[in-house]
Design a protein around this ligand. Structure first.
Ligand code: NAD
Length: 264
């Protein structure tokens, strides 16, 4: 049976290593028949990402610091030249200074705020604008968000505010691009131990809390996110846009965590 992404071409932005959520999505998309390209930032990441991309049969690896308009233009220009079009884009990129991810949101600096929102939110707008002309027959854009944009989570601070802006950007981009047949969605993943997560204060405690208190009683895995992404990237999700889909063992649905109530 043909895979759900057979014959589709997709660009994955934001693989740093084999723990990256973007890598989980790339593996699922490859398994279902997609042809993939990757972007990376910096030479050291190129060395890590190149063999990963090659293991999925991809040679198309492009430098792209999302803070640079020139990089974005050149990466999507190269996709246009090599492929002539694009079916889906996975935006799995975020950054905030480590100092902003501990202590109080009240202490966020102006520079830290600008940096977090530029890399983690504006980059989606810029990438969507560059991708849209390549999606001539429609397409799907997917970003990664977190519950810290809807509720306060200790230490998530400016990244929570960035995720709230990202969620709103998903809805505005979906409104803008819907008439062109381009869908824009987000997956709100439960906490997963990755490079980006390592910068968040007390991340271990958050992981343990989710495992004990989510309805499914386990931590979200990369491949759970990858499998859910297949639906949004491919034809099964054709009626879905502007949506934030929680892939978090159901944690977001709980009000009183089980651990707060003694067992009878
Ligand atoms: P990760 O560190 O593996 O991925 C983050 C990526 O962002 C890296 O590849 C990094 O190179 C890239 N990046 C940072 N600055 C960049 C820049 N200027 N230009 C281009 N790329 C840049 O960590 P991850 O956890 O896989 O993060 C991917 C996405 O998932 C992020 O948006 C993150 O907020 C989100 N997310 C993570 C979790 C979690 O618990 N790990 C939960 C929910 C959502």
């Amino acid at each position: 049976m043909a895979g759900v992404l057979e014959g589709r071409r997709g660009l994955i932005m934001g693989v740093a290593n084999d723990r990256s959520i973007g890598w989980g999505i790339a593996q699922a998309a490859h398994r279902e028949g997609a042809e993939l390209a990757f972007t990376y930032v910096g030479e050291s990441l190129e060395r890590r990402v190149r063999p990963l991309a090659a293991s999925l049969g991809s040679e198309l690896l492009l430098p792209c610091d999302v803070q640079s308009d020139a990089d974005i233009e050149s990466a999507f220009g190269e996709i246009g030249t090599r492929w002539g079009g694009l079916d889906f884009l996975v935006h799995s990129v975020a950054f905030a200074n480590r100092d902003e991810l501990k202590g109080l949101y009240l202490d966020t600096t102006r520079d830290g705020f600008r940096l977090a929102l530029d890399v983690s939110v504006f980059s989606l707008v810029a990438a969507a604008r560059a991708a849209a002309p390549l999606m001539r027959e429609g397409g799907s854009i997917l970003t990664l968000t977190y519950l810290g944009g809807e509720r306060t989570i200790p230490h998530y601070n400016v990244m929570g505010v960035a995720k709230a802006a990202l969620d709103a950007s998903v809805r505005y981009l979906a409104a803008d691009l819907g008439p062109r047949g381009i869908r824009v969605n987000a997956i709100s993943a439960g906490p997963i131990r990755t490079l980006a997560a390592a910068g968040i204060g007390d991340f271990r405690t958050i992981l343990d809390w989710y495992a004990q208190n989510s309805p499914l009683r386990h931590n979200t895995t990369q491949d759970e996110v990858g499998d859910a992404a297949l639906m949004l990237l491919g034809g099964w999700g054709r009626g879905i846009t502007g949506e934030v889909l929680h892939v978090d063992s159901g944690y977001n649905t709980t009000a009183v965590p089980p651990a707060a109530v003694p067992e009878e």
